[in-house]
Structure formats: C-alpha cells, structure tokens
Design a protein around this ligand. Structure first.
Ligand SMILES: [Ca+2]
Ligand SMILES: [Ca+2]
Length: 55
C-alpha cells in the first residue's frame, strides 16, 4: 500500500531515456498535460525531474 518513494521521480513511461518529459511524452497523461505549462517553469518545453517533482 505504501509506496516509499522519497520524491516523485520521472516515470519511465514518460521518458525515452533522456531524463526529461517532452510535451509529447506528457500527452499520454491528461492530468500531467494539463499542468505541463505550469510545471515547465523555465518554459523550455520539457519537464526536468526537478520541475516534475513539483507535480
Ligand atoms: Ca524524453
Ligand atoms: Ca523545463
């Protein structure tokens, strides 16, 4: 039941191995997609692990 994750890490399904979530990758999750612009604080069109951890 308890998922002992210290912090949200980028789920492997969102990444192609580059460690960031592109908009295309985020689009598989409508909830994430809806937050994408807000989370992308440096507005580079990708979510870094740091940005994603605020989700
Ligand atoms: Ca990626
Ligand atoms: Ca970003």
């Amino acid at each position: 039941m308890i998922d002992a994750e210290p912090a949200k890490l980028i789920d492997a399904r969102y990444t192609d191995g580059d460690g960031v979530i592109s908009q295309a990758e985020a689009s598989i999750d409508s909830e994430l997609m809806s937050q994408f612009t807000e989370l992308d604080t440096d507005q580079n069109g990708e979510l870094s692990e740091d940005e994603f951890s605020k989700a």
